[in-house]
Design a protein around this ligand. Structure first.
Ligand code: ADP
Ligand code: ZN
Length: 207
């Protein structure tokens, strides 16, 4: 199955994507994770992307489209893929339709006022990349899953979050209409427990 997860920052796309990929045995392709890893390694893509990612803006379409094109040509994508964080603009969506069009687009809906708290309270594990909310952690420095070190993403600061939400509404939300017109969009309520969101997604996908 070829899937795209759409939704504002903090909607829980990453958490849900990991679960759905395990279940459907398709690779989880997170462009945010790919960019952060490229930045950490200092690759040419990382150098181009750094300032945009840290300020909460969008990395230029050309950079993302090439990165995703290469990734989708790798062998593990023959049975499908789950794209998390791409496309984020109509231009990216048009390019994806030419590379390998998604069969379903899952729109994870969460209202803006809930997102700010989710993002400012988010902590990420350096070892396993799982994310947690501080309200659910006994110790906000140690990963409850693997014991790794938890950190706060640079772009999870309040100023940057406001910018990311504005960018989402102006550049990415138009994709809801784009995919509705193509009859591929399903919307699920992202403001429920993680387990319920997972069930809602599986139901919406007919799995
Ligand atoms: P979130 O969904 O929590 O905002 P991601 O981890 O998906 O975060 O992305 C982090 C940052 O990486 C974005 O704010 C943006 O700068 C960059 N980025 C990721 N995917 C794309 C994309 N498809 N197009 C442009 N920039 C992107
Ligand atoms: Zn961990």
């Amino acid at each position: 199955m070829k899937l795209v997860f759409l939704g504002p920052p903090g909607a829980g796309k990453g958490t849900q994507a990991a679960r759905i990929c395990e279940k459907l045995e398709i690779p989880h392709i997170s462009t945010g994770d790919m960019l952060r890893s490229a930045i950490a390694k200092g690759t040419p893509t990382g150098l181009k992307a750094k300032s945009y990612v840290e300020s909460g803006g969008l990395v230029p379409d050309e950079v993302l489209i090439e990165m995703v094109r290469e990734r989708l040509h790798e062998a593990d994508c023959t049975n499908g893929y789950l794209l998390d964080g791409f496309p984020r603009t109509v231009h990216q969506a048009e390019a994806l339709n030419e590379i390998s069009a998604p069969e379903r687009v899952v729109n994870v809906y969460v209202a803006d006022e809930k997102l700010l708290d989710r993002l400012t309270g988010r902590r990420v594990c350096r070892s396993c990349a799982n994310t947690f909310h501080i309200s659910a952690l006994e110790n906000d420095k140690v990963c409850p899953d693997c014991g790794g070190e938890l950190y706060q993403r640079k772009d999870d600061s309040p100023e940057t979050i406001t910018n990311r939400l504005n960018v989402y509404h102006s550049q990415t939300a138009p994709l809801i209409d784009f995919y509705t017109a193509l009859n591929t969009l399903v919307t699920v309520d992202g403001d429920q427990t993680p387990d319920r969101v997972t069930s809602a997604i599986l139901t919406a996908l007919g799995c």
